[in-house]
Design a protein around this ligand. Structure first.
Ligand SMILES: [Zn+2]
Length: 85
C-alpha cells in the first residue's frame, strides 16, 4: 500500500525485485559505487533507480499507482494483479 491507501499489485512488486536482480546481473560498477548513497525518501540510489526507471514506467502502463519514495505497507490482496488507485 502506498500513499492515501492506494495499492500496487504484487506483480508490480515482483517486477521491482526483478529490477534489482537485473542491476546485479549488469554488474554496473558505477551503479554499485553509488548504491550506498543515502537518498531521502528512497533510502539509497539503487531503490531510486529501480523505482524511477523500472517500477514507475510499468505502473503507468498498467494504470497502477506510482511511488515517489521507497515507502509502503504490505497488505493482503485477492489476486497477484489486484491494485487500487
Ligand atoms: Zn527495492
Amino acid at each position: 500500500m502506498v500513499k492515501n491507501g492506494e495499492i500496487q499489485s504484487p506483480a508490480l512488486g515482483v517486477l521491482h525485485e526483478f529490477g534489482h536482480a537485473l542491476h546485479d546481473l549488469e554488474n554496473n560498477s558505477n551503479f554499485i559505487e553509488n548504491s550506498s548513497i543515502s537518498i531521502p525518501l528512497y533510502h539509497d540510489k539503487e531503490e531510486q533507480i529501480t523505482i524511477d526507471n523500472i517500477e514507475t514506467p510499468a505502473a503507468l502502463k498498467l494504470g497502477e499507482p506510482i511511488r515517489k519514495n521507497h515507502g509502503g505497507k504490505a497488505v493482503l490482496v485477492p489476486t497477484p494483479t489486484y491494485n487500487r488507485k
